[in-house]
Design a protein around this ligand. Structure first.
Ligand SMILES: [Zn+2]
Length: 181
């Protein structure tokens, strides 16, 4: 197993633009992805997260574990759908003009400090990638919480952190037509 150690936002490597992953995946990448996925699953188990003192997470991007390559893992239960995927070299090919945010703001495993304010994102996106969980090329049409979560992880690949998207002057104001989840 690859040992996961979360890189915090004090580390400048989180601000770097990541490079593409070479496909097909080698054994090392498969092992890293499997450890990242297990980390997320464990973090969502209240008992485990308490005993191991880790925070609950629904997504983890490679730069957050010190690897500046373009992939991230999602393990998210949203209403009746489970998003269980590891997207390699993802590209957002479409995004809605309509914006969305989470009413309580966002958090990140790499950010210990609270950053209050709405994080403005696209309400709907289409993302293309190779998925290392289903071992296939995928085109995902996402909306709401799932769209927000995937955009958060995608940002990590470009060195962007969620608080970069909070309006410093009007942190709690919705954009025109923006939906809150
Ligand atoms: Zn994050």
């Amino acid at each position: 197993m690859f040992k996961i150690k979360i890189v915090k936002d004090s580390n400048p490597s989180l601000r770097k633009k990541s490079v593409e992953v070479v496909l097909p995946l080698d054994e090392r990448h498969k092992e890293i992805i499997s450890s990242m996925r297990q980390y997320l699953i464990n973090s969502q188990d209240p008992e485990y997260s308490k005993t191991h003192n880790i925070r609950s997470g629904i997504g983890l991007a490679a730069p957050q574990i010190g690897i500046n390559e373009r992939f991230f893992v999602i393990y998210l239960q949203d209403e009746n759908k489970l998003y269980d995927c590891a997207l390699i070299n993802p590209v957002i090919v479409e995004e809605s003009a309509k914006m969305a945010c989470l009413a309580g703001g966002e958090g990140c495993l790499s950010v210990d400090k609270d950053h209050e304010g709405l994080v403005h994102r696209h309400n709907r996106i289409t993302i293309k990638a190779y998925d290392a969980i289903s071992n296939s090329d995928v085109v995902l049409h996402l909306q709401g919480l799932a769209a927000i979560c995937f955009q958060h992880e995608y940002d990590h690949l470009n060195g962007i952190l969620f608080y970069d998207r909070i309006d410093a002057f009007r942190p709690n104001d919705l954009k025109p037509g923006e939906v809150e989840y």
